[in-house]
Ligand binder design. Structure first.
Ligand SMILES: Nc1ncnc2c1ncn2[C@@H]1O[C@H](COP(=O)(O)OS(=O)(=O)O)[C@@H](OP(=O)(O)O)[C@H]1O
Ligand SMILES: Nc1ncnc2c1ncn2[C@@H]1O[C@H](COP(=O)(O)OP(=O)(O)O)[C@@H](O)[C@H]1O
Length: 210
C-alpha cells in the first residue's frame, strides 16, 4: 500500500471526508463481516469454516471468530449470564471491526443471542459491509443433533443459562439471509451465503456464479 493509499484509508476510518472517487475505490476492497447467529448446534461453525474455504479459493483474506478462539483467550473471564454475553459480543464486534479495517472478511460464529448486540456490531463497520446470517434451526432440531451433548446437560440442570432452554435467544427480525439448516444441506447453505456476498461485494476475479 502506498503512503497515499494508507493516508486515505486512515481518513476513511476516522470518518473524515475523502473524495467520492477515492471512497468508491476503497469500497472496492472486499472487507466485510459475515455474522452467523443461531442456537448452539444450528450450524454456525460448520458453515463459517465451509464458507471460509470457498473464500480462500477466491483469494480472499479471512478470519473466523468463534467460541474456541475467543472464549479461551480474549473472553476467558466471561461466562453465560446475559451481562457476560453482552460483553462477549461487544469484544467480538470490536475485533471484527479491526479485522475489517485490515481488509479481511470476518466470519463470526457466535450465538450472539441479543438483537441489540448484533445491531451494535453492524454499526461498527461501514454500511453495506455487515451481513447478519441467521442459522435458523429450532431447539428441537438442535437438541436432536446435540453435537456436544450440551442440550442433555442443560436439560438435567448441569449446564445453566443455556440458550434456547434456560437463557433467551432473540431471532433476527430482518436478517440479510436466513439459512434453514435443518432443511437444506451444508452445501446448499454455503451457496446461499456466497451468492449473497458476491452479489453485494462484487465478484473477485475468477469467481463464477454458482
Ligand atoms: N450455557 C451455555 N449457553 C450456550 N452455549 C454454551 C453454554 N455453555 C457452554 N456453551 C458453549 O459455548 C458456545 C457459545 O459461546 P458463544 O460465545 O457463541 O455464546 S454467546 O454468543 O456469548 O451467547 C457454544 O458453542 P456453539 O455450540 O458452537 O454455539 C457452546 O458450545
Ligand atoms: N445445513 C447445515 N448447515 C450447518 N450444519 C449442518 C447442516 N446440516 C447438518 N448440519 C450439522 O449440524 C451440526 C452443526 O454443528 P455446529 O456447526 O457445531 O453448530 P454451531 O456452531 O451453531 O453450534 C454439524 O454436525 C453439521 O454437520
Amino acid at each position: 500500500m502506498s503512503r497515499r493509499e494508507f493516508f486515505n484509508d486512515a481518513l476513511f476510518w476516522q470518518g473524515q471526508s475523502v473524495d467520492a472517487q477515492e471512497r468508491e475505490r476503497l469500497a472496492g476492497h472486499g472487507a466485510a463481516v459475515l455474522w452467523f447467529t443461531g442456537l448452539s448446534g444450528a450450524g454456525k461453525s460448520t458453515l463459517a469454516s465451509a464458507v471460509e474455504r470457498r473464500l480462500h479459493d477466491l483469494q480472499c483474506r479471512t478470519f473466523v471468530l468463534d467460541g474456541d478462539n475467543l472464549r479461551h483467550g480474549l473472553c476467558s473471564d466471561l461466562g453465560f449470564t446475559a451481562e457476560d454475553r453482552h460483553e462477549n459480543i461487544r469484544r467480538a464486534s470490536e475485533v471484527a471491526a479491526l479485522f475489517v479495517q485490515s481488509g479481511a472478511i470476518v466470519l463470526s460464529a457466535l450465538i450472539s443471542p441479543f438483537a441489540a448486540d448484533r445491531a451494535r456490531a453492524r454499526r461498527l463497520v461501514p454500511e453495506g459491509r455487515f451481513f447478519e446470517i441467521y442459522c435458523n434451526a429450532s431447539v428441537v432440531d438442535c437438541e436432536r443433533r446435540d453435537v456436544k451433548g450440551l442440550y442433555r446437560r442443560a436439560r438435567s440442570g448441569e449446564v445453566r443459562d443455556f440458550s434456547g432452554i434456560s437463557s433467551p435467544y432473540e431471532a433476527p427480525g430482518a436478517p440479510d439471509l436466513v439459512l434453514h439448516t435443518a432443511r437444506d444441506s451444508v452445501e446448499q447453505c454455503v451457496e446461499q451465503v456466497l451468492e449473497l456476498v458476491l452479489a453485494r461485494l462484487g465478484r473477485p476475479q475468477g469467481a463464477q456464479p454458482a
